[in-house]
Design a protein. Structure first.
Length: 153
DNA sequence: GCCAACGTTGGC
DNA sequence: GCCAACGTTGGC
């Protein structure tokens, strides 16, 4: 089983939105970055654990835990001209963009802020903390995952 | 809202 | 295949 961090803008989709979705589950659509796509398509599996991160907000940071509950699937929003994620260059027979379903697992008791992550010696190798890291889906180690969860309790 | 750091596009 | 121009991300 693998560990991941996934970013979301809470004004768009927050951890509360995920918690209150049907079956507490959402299809994680709209990833339009090849590196992130490759992680989803090639490495994600049912049962993987996800740190849910709020970005582009007042206090960016990890706010909860989710679980991958599907195998990687084609992201059909890329083929839908009505969708904000429509990609006219995506070929239906050769899917370019992929998604998984994620399910709400828990909220942390309190946010583990980006500031906190940056200042923690145990987390200096996190992708998130490296300069200019914009990846919206990124791997974390088991140690980083457990450490961050413990910080949020 | 600014802007640095990235990623992508497309002409050559 | 280089690289300038452009678009996006996301912290501040």
């Amino acid at each position: 089983m693998k560990y991941w961090l996934m970013k979301s803008e809470p004004d768009d989709i927050s951890i509360d939105d995920l918690q209150h979705s049907p079956q507490q589950t959402m299809s994680w659509q709209g990833i339009r970055n090849y590196q992130a796509r490759n992680f989803i398509r090639d490495e994600m599996n049912t049962g993987d654990s996800v740190l849910f991160y709020h970005s582009s907000c007042k206090v960016p940071g990890v706010v909860g835990i989710a679980t991958v509950v599907s195998q990687p699937q084609r992201d059909d929003t890329a083929l839908d001209p009505q969708s904000r994620y429509f990609d006219p260059k995506s070929d239906p027979s050769k899917p370019r963009w992929w998604q998984v379903d994620i399910q709400f697992t828990a909220k942390l008791n309190h946010i583990v802020s980006l500031q906190q992550l940056k200042s923690d010696p145990a987390l200096q190798d996190m992708v998130l903390v490296t300069k200019g890291a914009r990846l919206s889906v990124q791997p974390v180690t088991a140690e980083e995952f457990c450490h961050i969860v413990s910080l949020g309790q």
